[in-house]
Design a protein around this ligand. Structure first.
Ligand code: ACO
Length: 323
């Protein structure tokens, strides 16, 4: 049977790094508070750079590590909750910038689960035989939608982009399970596109990201192990047969809670939050790229990728690494 596999990775983060100490100089917070609750030490913030520009840089990085040229791509999917504008979509901007003239292009918004959702779409295209190869990118400028006077949220996020080539192969992306719970939408929301609001009053109001942190914590600690177990069940695998669990990088304590629930050692759950903060849909491809570059992923190793975020949305995928 035709499978879809990931054959190249790439990433880009903006140059400007903002440490916890930098934040403590301009707001009432501390490195100790942020690090002990989240694992975050610093984050990269886009200055004069947009989501699409970062997506283009990540796409170029992916292509430079791939055997394909831009014109060989048949589709580009950009996962983002923070596009530069409503339309044209970010994927079309990437297509134009890299010269992927044969690709069809669209964006997908599933917040921090966006990369997982997009990967599943790419898998579907390839396994069905509709297309043979494309690119999936996660790109975000969350720094533009947080209220920088609200210390409980702004310290958590960073900007960046990461991506992969997905193409036809014999093995690769296995079972994928996704879910959503629209009833939990209020827990993590950003209604900032105020021109789209229906009432005149809301049209005048800029709305930033809001989060009920403890509710998000409970949701993630419950739902992420459950969706991973479902993937393992479908694959007939035990948790200890997985080499690495590559989770959305929201919070080190969430990742540790998932590891404990799975009864798996923390070392199998890599984290790079200390350097990037939470980059939403970009976090999984950035981490995957770093692990690949570091030679940390063995050929044939089984990985779990898992995302969770606003919506509420979640998803997990089994990936047999053969990049
Ligand atoms: N620096 C110092 N103090 C702070 C800060 C800060 N940056 N932010 C909040 N505080 C204070 C609050 O004002 C409050 O003070 P008070 O007790 O005097 O009122 C105190 O710290 C506790 O505030 P809480 O909001 O209750 O903090 P909590 O202990 O819940 O920690 C956190 C917040 C880290 C966000 C936690 O809820 C959490 O880990 N949530 C998981 C959700 C998450 O990480 N989301 C990331 C994005 S979502 C996603 O990607 C899916």
């Amino acid at each position: 049977m035709t499978a879809a596999k990931i054959t190249a990775t790439g990433a880009y983060v903006p140059e400007r790094e903002v440490t916890n100490e930098d934040l403590a100089r301009v707001m009432d917070t501390s490195d100790e508070w942020i690090r002990s609750r989240t694992g975050i030490g610093s984050r990269h913030i886009a200055v004069g750079e947009s989501t699409s520009q970062m997506a283009v840089k990540a796409a170029m990085d992916v292509l430079s590590r791939s055997r394909w040229e831009a014109e060989d791509l048949q589709f580009i999917i950009v996962a983002t909750g923070t596009p530069d504008h409503l339309f044209p979509n970010m994927a079309c901007l990437v297509q134009e910038a890299v010269g992927a003239s044969h690709a069809f292009c669209f964006d997908l918004n599933a917040a921090c689960s966006g990369f997982l959702y997009s990967l599943s779409v790419a898998k579907g295209y390839i396994e069905s035989g509709m297309y043979e190869r494309g690119m999936v990118i996660g790109a975000e400028t969350i720094s533009k939608v947080v209220d920088w006077t609200e210390r409980s949220t702004c310290v958590l996020f960073g900007d960046g982009a990461g991506g992969v080539i997905v193409e036809k192969g014999e093995r690769g992306i296995g079972s994928v399970v996704m879910g959503a719970d629209g009833k939990g939408g209020d827990v993590l929301r950003c209604y900032s596109s105020n021109i789209l609001c229906h009432s005149e009053e809301s049209r005048k109001r800029i709305d930033y990201l809001h989060m009920d942190g403890q509710e998000v914590f409970r949701f993630a600690a419950r739902q992420v192990p459950a969706v991973i177990e479902e993937v393992l069940d479908r694959e007939g695998l035990q948790a200890d047969q997985i080499g690495h669990y590559i989770l959305h990088q929201a919070n080190e304590r969430i990742i540790a809670a998932v590891a404990r629930k799975m009864k798996e050692p923390a070392e199998k759950f890599p984290v790079n939050l200390s350097r990037y903060g939470n980059t939403s849909s970009a976090s999984i491809p950035i981490l995957l790229h770093e692990l690949d570059q570091a030679g940390a992923l063995q050929p044939g190793e089984k990985l779990i990728l898992a995302g969770f975020g606003a919506g509420l949305t979640w998803g997990a995928a089994l990936v047999e690494w053969n990049n």
